[in-house]
Design a protein around this ligand. Structure first.
Ligand code: S3P
Length: 423
């Protein structure tokens, strides 16, 4: 394939969830330009409407408007978070500081994902929970007055961190927390600082004091680096050409995949750097490269957790072995990503093994061919679709429609990569 042109990716998923939630907590009208309109973003918008906020329909190209009332209201019905772990966990944090009960559920994938990682510390702050399915969903939260919290997270996770910081905001109490390894994405911290909250870092402890106030705001959401990663991968694996991906969020807690790709020989150039609401944004310029294996350390994993499927398929085309250390968290993502990545890499003829919590992928030159089972996991589907663009590939994916969870229009964007032009 020859790549060409200038492409944009949809708005950042993590930032979209957070600004929708914060706008619902503001008293008045907020405007969100470039909000993601994917299924996950719509799940957050839908449940915020049930919680009393007025949220305009999320449509591509339109500015989203949120009218918040300062506090959320008791919902009449169960809150369906769809496939979205971020919607669920961040909302649990906000609801912990609200004096009513609400029940959350989700699709088959989400109902099996662990929730005690947030309910345990939220419980220590004073929220109560009724579990209807052990560690998973459905789950009823009974919020109310909260106590301050000092807590060491069992795993590095921006969802847990954000749930606790948002509980501190909703409950008006101080929260201190520490992640065990590496630093997960810090969008919540950046946004809260922008609203005047006193967030400090000392010896790995992040402390948030309830000094700020969420006022209505207008924001531009940058393109999602996790979505851009798939196009970067396709361009690196192409035979010739050059691709520009414009307006991508380049928060250093999200760009670990670019460092790993550079070590593998795939140097991606950054141009037109600017700052949007405290988040760095720029263009990525990518050219095909011949790649070699590398070791991705445990400390790097939180900064590229969503890019591992893409990095693993790229590694299957790189000379030598690539090792991803301590990626056990992948077992509790939208699917058992660790198991399915390995199974699917093997299914298309690549060599992949799991040793304990480490993933090893050996690169090869034979065109990938075989059937891929995604279990409706959007990032697995997109990663293997990228692998399917290499010359001679015959990769059959059981479900590419699930890409709409995070990247509306992904199949069309990928198939136009070689057409050139701007879109
Ligand atoms: C997210 C955090 C990550 C990531 C998810 C989005 C967020 O999850 O995998 O896609 O927006 O906070 P964990 O915090 O569970 O690692």
């Amino acid at each position: 394939m020859r790549v060409a042109g200038n492409v944009r990716v949809p708005g950042d998923k993590s930032i979209t969830h957070r600004v929708l939630l914060l706008a619902a907590l503001a008293r008045g009208s907020s405007r969100i330009r470039g909000a993601l309109t994917s299924l996950d973003a719509r799940s957050t918008a839908r449940i915020l409407r049930q919680l009393g906020a007025t949220v305009s329909p999320l449509r591509g190209g339109a500015v989203a408007q949120v009218d918040g009332h300062g506090r959320l209201r008791r919902p009449d019905r169960i809150l369906d978070c769809g496939n979205s772990g971020t919607t669920t966990r961040l909302t649990l944090g906000v609801l912990a500081g609200h004096d009513f009960a609400a029940t959350l559920t989700g699709d088959r994938s989400l109902r099996r994902r662990p929730m005690r990682r947030v309910t345990t510390p939220l419980g220590a702050m004073g929220a109560r929970f009724t579990e209807h399915n052990g560690d998973g969903l459905p789950l009823t939260i009974h919020g109310g007055p909260l106590e301050p919290l000092r807590y060491q997270l069992p795993v590095s996770s921006a969802q847990i961190k954000s749930a606790l910081l948002l509980a501190g905001i909703a409950g008006n109490v101080e929260v201190s927390l520490r992640e065990p390894q590496g630093c997960s994405r810090d969008h919540t911290e950046r946004l809260l600082r922008a609203f005047g909250y006193d967030l400090t870092e000392n010896d790995g402890w992040i402390t948030s004091k309830p000094t700020g106030r969420i006022e209505p705001f207008t924001i531009d959401v940058p393109g999602d680096p996790s979505s851009a990663a798939f196009l970067v991968g396709a361009a690196l694996l192409a035979e010739s050409g050059s691709l520009r991906i414009s307006g991508v969020g380049l928060n250093p807690t999200r760009t670990g995949f670019l460092e790993v790709l550079a070590r593998m020989g795939g140097l991606v150039h950054i141009e037109n750097l600017s700052d949007q609401f405290g988040e760095p944004v720029g263009d990525l310029v990518v050219q095909p490269a011949s790649l070699g294996g590398t070791e991705v350390t445990a400390e790097e994993i939180p900064g590229l957790i969503d890019e591992i499927p893409l990095l693993a398929v790229v590694a299957s085309r790189a000379a030598g072995i690539t090792t991803f250390r301590q990626v056990g968290e992948l077992r509790v993502k939208e699917s058992d990503r660790l198991g399915l990545l390995t199974e699917n890499l093997r299914a298309v003829g690549a060599r992949a093994e799991v040793h304990g919590d480490d993933l090893l992928v050996e690169g090869g030159e034979r065109p990938p061919a075989g059937a891929v089972r995604t279990a409706a996991d959007h990032r697995l589907a997109m990663a293997f679709a990228v692998l399917g663009t290499v010359p001679g590939a015959r990769v059959e994916i059981d479900d590419l429609a699930c890409a709409a969870v995070s990247f509306p229009g992904f199949p069309e964007t990928l198939s136009r990569l070689s057409a050139g032009g701007t879109w």
